[in-house]
Design a protein around this ligand. Structure first.
Ligand SMILES: O=C(O)COP(=O)(O)O
Ligand SMILES: [Mg+2]
Length: 227
């Protein structure tokens, strides 16, 4: 059977990879260098989703006097360098590699739309062996805008060959930014329940909430048949 969507765009952190342990490890190295105590992984899970500058800002606010604007830059750039150099790759959630390969085999165009910086996102896709599957990648610093702005997602859709006026695509994410970007771009959205939603996942407003990535192909066929 032909798959009902010609393109699927995925979020990265909390959707494809469980990156909170990595971000916690790297943040804590940076915080230590700046004389700050460590943050816990549970705290970091609540800070992920709005890009690296927001993550670093929140980590400073949680460990002492807040740092804003220019004062944050040295810490942000140190965090990004340490993360880029980090050689312990994030863990893929169960079923991700097999399901993405299955979708690509069925001719679905796959894209990535993440608020994580592009160079780190591309490096992680490479380390995890997923890079060849993705026809378009947009990080949080690829464009002047990022999720929840729908233009971030629409840019990926266009690169996957979708007509911006009537995309035959869906978004798969884990937090409110993914849902808002999908709504703005006019495409349906599936939320994975295991990520970093920062609110009850049922309240995100997604078309569907899924617990297992391997259920995605069948679930998307049901989303399409309801439309
Ligand atoms: O770096 C972040 O803030 C989160 O990135 P995501 O968009 O892949 O969840
Ligand atoms: Mg995410």
């Amino acid at each position: 059977m032909t798959f009902p969507f010609s393109a699927l765009v995925f979020d990265l952190d909390g959707t494809l990879i469980d990156s909170a342990p990595d971000m916690t490890r790297v943040l804590n190295r940076m915080l230590g260098e700046f004389g700050r105590p460590a943050v816990t992984e549970a705290q970091v899970r609540g800070m992920v989703g709005d890009g690296s500058a927001n993550l670093v800002r929140q980590a400073f606010a949680a460990t002492g006097a807040p740092l804003e604007g220019e004062a944050l830059q040295p810490a942000l750039s140190r965090y990004l360098d340490l993360y880029f150099e980090d050689d312990q790759p994030s863990t893929l959630y169960p079923g991700v590699a097999e399901t993405l390969a299955h979708l690509a085999d069925r001719g679905v165009h796959l894209g990535l739309c993440t608020n994580k910086p592009e160079r780190i996102s591309r490096k992680l896709l490479g380390l995890l062996g997923l890079a060849p599957l993705f026809g378009a990648v947009a990080g949080g610093d690829t464009l002047p805008v990022k999720k929840p702005d729908g233009r971030h997602l629409s840019w990926v859709l266009e690169r996957l060959g979708e007509d911006p006026a009537s995309p035959r695509a869906a978004m798969v994410g884990d937090n409110g930014n993914d849902v808002k970007a999908a709504r703005a771009a006019g495409i349906p959205v599936v939320a994975m329940s295991y990520g970093y939603p920062r609110m009850p996942v049922a309240d995100l407003g997604a078309d569907l909430v899924l617990d297992h990535f391997a259920d995605l192909p069948a679930a998307l066929e049901s989303v399409a048949s309801r439309r």
